[in-house]
Design a binder for this molecule. Structure first.
Ligand code: PNW
Length: 476
């Protein structure tokens, strides 16, 4: 049976500045923590960097034409903070802002709605390094001032683009910034600490709240202000109390550390107990929680794969980690390092992530309940496969079509079950710099031949273009 999506459902694709732009040193841009990290030997596979990426900074006109050919209704991209405010403090660089104005104008001219993410992990390096009040290891998100700087930056971008962009998100996946950046160290800035990720999580929450206030003050009333989270779907290995407790702990550290303050104005009491040996949370100041609970016009959900957890038993020791967070001797779960992650059964993508669309349905229903009245968007969903051009240069990726089909089918089901889901953004428009995996993982609907920068729509792009045009999911 063909599934029909509601009229007005937004069909989009997503990207992020450091993953696609390149032009790392042009027009006044200074290094972000990802420039520093990728240029540090051993941090990114094969020594790959975002110096050139897919050269979107120079090819955005061609890329927007491609988006129009693919019938996209919206394009979600992020702004590189150090391109518009090189030191993370003080005056903006006009040439940096001009790039985003040109991109937005190109999109609007093609009838594509721009969706701006203000922060997709590329903190200006200066805000990590030059921090008189920071720890010996550095400044960055564990420091409160970073949240204040973010609000200033949000105001700058809102002033520059507010007359033509209606859909804004503050942060992309703050969990990754806090826990992979400052806990396991597999993301920039690569710190491996226990207190820093918790402080970072709070200051990211605060940055969202202060940033949302700055956006509200600068933008017309019609503007929508949202955040994109990557909520974990945490499943216990068994019904044993210790496994249920492991799932509760990971749910607190992955999800409720953000949604507690964002949606309810409080950190969960079980999280505070679980982390009591690390912190008393005194870095949360009076008034912070009210700021963080700024009303959301929409909630963005990014989903890839579920997690299966159990208590680690002494006999077996802690099993090999299969949580898809990369290889690190350091845990991204402060206070709950003992929890064991297991490989969920089923077919996997090139990331090693199990394909399980039921997790997306779970998330949409959960956040419909937890954020009543707040429209939901899937701001990322997609998969990496081993895509290669055939002899004629065409790229056939039937597994990606199956992946998208299966996830869109459960999204449709969630709407039928009452979720107020308004749109879907495929990750990603094009193959790009996949963080610690460099260019080795291809998430794009469009294939990029890196040596020539040629763009070749894969068969999934053609398939998605039809879904976007008709609003219908063909029967399998
Ligand atoms: C998201 N994890 O990253 C990001 O928003 C994208 O920039 C990225 O390219 C995409 O998903 C695919 O990885 C994640 O370890 C990276 O749990 C790592 C994790 C989750 C999301």
């Amino acid at each position: 049976m063909t599934l029909t999506f509601p009229p007005g459902f937004l069909w989009g694709a997503a990207s992020a500045a450091y993953q696609v732009e390149g032009a790392a040193q042009e027009d006044g841009r200074t290094p972000s923590i990802w420039d520093t990290f990728s240029h540090t030997p051993g941090r990114v596979l094969a020594g790959d960097t975002g110096d050139v990426a897919v050269d979107h900074y120079h090819r955005f006109r061609e890329d927007v034409r491609l988006m129009a050919e693919l019938n996209l209704g919206a394009y979600r991209f992020s702004v590189s903070w150090s391109r518009v405010q090189p030191t993370g403090r003080g005056p903006a660089v006009q040439r940096g802002l001009d790039f985003y104005r040109s991109l937005v104008d190109e999109l609007l001219g093609a009838g594509i709605q721009p969706v701006v993410t203000l922060y997709h992990w590329d903190l200006p390096q200066e805000l990590e390094t030059r921090f008189p009040s920071g720890s010996a290891a550095g400044g960055g998100w564990p420091e409160r001032e970073t949240a204040e700087r973010f609000a200033e930056y949000a105001g700058i971008v809102a002033e520059a683009l507010g007359d033509r962009v209606e859909f804004w998100t503050t942060l992309n996946e703050p969990w990754c910034s806090a826990f992979l950046g400052y806990g396991s160290g597999v993301h920039a800035p690569g710190r491996t600490e226990r207190l820093a990720p918790l402080r970072a999580a709070h200051h990211l929450n605060l940055a969202h709240g202060l940033g949302a206030q700055a956006l509200r003050a600068a933008l017309p009333a019609r503007a929508q202000i949202a955040i994109s989270l990557n909520p974990a779907v945490v499943r216990p290995l068994s019904d044993k109390p210790e496994d249920l407790d492991a799932a509760r702990r990971i749910d607190a550290l992955a999800n409720r550390v953000f949604t507690g303050p964002l949606l309810r104005g409080a950190y969960p009491s079980d999280l505070i107990k679980d982390t009591a040996s690390i912190t008393d949370w005194s870095f949360v100041r009076d008034g912070d929680l009210a700021v963080i609970k700024h009303p959301l016009d929409a909630l963005g959900i990014n989903y890839y794969t579920p997690s299966l957890v159990s208590a680690a038993t002494d006999k077996e020791g802690s099993p090999a980690r299969h949580d898809g967070h990369g290889d690190s001797a350091h845990s991204p779960w402060p206070g709950s390092e003992g929890v064991a992650f297991h490989q969920t059964p089923g077919e996997r993508t090139e990331m090693g992530w199990t394909i399980d669309p039921t997790g997306l349905h779970d998330l949409l229903m959960r956040y419909s309940r937890e954020a009543p009245g707040v429209p939901l968007y899937i701001t990322e969903n997609g998969a990496a496969f081993d895509d290669k051009p055939d002899a004629e240069g065409a790229v056939h990726d039937p597994r990606r079509i199956d992946y998208l089909q299966a996830h869109l089918a459960v999204a449709h089901q969630a709407i039928a079950d009452g979720a107020d889901l308004r749109g879907y953004f495929l990750w990603s428009l094009m193959d790009n710099f996949e963080w610690a995996y460099g260019y080795s993982k291809r998430f794009g609907a469009v294939y990029v031949d890196y040596p020539t920068q040629a763009r070749v729509p894969k068969s999934s792009a053609r398939w998605y273009a039809r879904v976007a045009r008709t609003g219908e999911l063909p029967a399998v």
